[in-house]
Design a protein around this ligand. Structure first.
Ligand code: ADP
Ligand code: MG
Length: 210
């Protein structure tokens, strides 16, 4: 069972990883957007880590809802409301249970992706964060159904997220700022898909040492 400490460790690892990848995310967003994605997400995750240091909610659900609200307030751009909604929906799906099973984690991340799709109406293939998140959640759910433990399941999810992000390179953007470029958006990894892969990889990293 994954407790609130696990999810707090995930947010800390995600913040570290986005800080380390900030320049790359900024470069990707400079190529097909306005160059603020690395800075935006770093600011939001730093604020989320601080919010958890000030007051760590007792349950995983409440913790993820707090992180979501913080991201909505602090990230800005298109990705702030989208990531904020993802964390909030995951938190809501977990309810008030103190411990999260692999199945419940898969369900929560499915709710997160549904929240992103609901708000941004991007489908897979539109060259957005959904192209990393949706395959990751599918891989996680399948691994859990096959009875694999949470570490193996998150290994599969992280590999699928990275693969999904790489698969955005040849796509033409149909949503968000990059879509204004039309065919000139082809040939670059989507910054939101790249950051989504970092978030899923951070989850795998934390599970591996849990
Ligand atoms: P902005 O484009 O407002 O500057 P960011 O740079 O922070 O916001 O985030 C850009 C990322 O947001 C994109 O790379 C893409 O992955 C994601 N994104 C933009 N619009 C959508 C959408 N409608 N649905 C899903 N993701 C989106
Ligand atoms: Mg941007």
């Amino acid at each position: 069972m994954l407790d609130a400490g696990f999810f707090a460790a995930w947010v800390e690892e995600a913040a570290r990883s986005v800080l380390a990848g900030k320049d790359r995310l900024t470069r990707l967003d400079t190529a097909i957007g306005d160059g603020d994605h690395g800075t935006n997400l770093d600011r939001g995750l730093t604020a989320a880590v601080q919010a958890l240091a000030d007051h760590r909610p007792a349950t995983p659900g409440a913790l993820l809802v707090l992180v979501g609200g913080t991201l909505i307030r602090r990230v800005g751009g298109a990705s702030g409301p989208l990531y904020g909604t993802a964390f909030r929906e995951a938190g809501r799906a977990l309810g008030e249970e103190p411990g999260v099973s692999p199945g419940a984690l898969a369900g929560a991340l499915e709710a997160a992706v549904d929240g992103v799709r609901g708000l941004g109406s991007a489908a897979e293939g539109d060259k957005t964060m959904v192209d990393a998140l949706a395959p990751a959640v599918r891989a996680l759910a399948q691994a859990v159904r096959e009875g694999r433990d949470v570490r193996e399941a998150l290994d599969a999810a992280a590999a699928a997220a990275r693969g999904g992000a790489e698969a955005t390179v040849p796509m033409q953007a149909r949503k968000g700022r990059a879509s204004y470029l039309g065919p000139r958006s082809i040939g670059h990894e989507d910054p939101g898909a790249a950051s989504a892969a970092l978030l899923v990889e951070a989850l795998r990293t934390v599970a591996a040492r849990w």
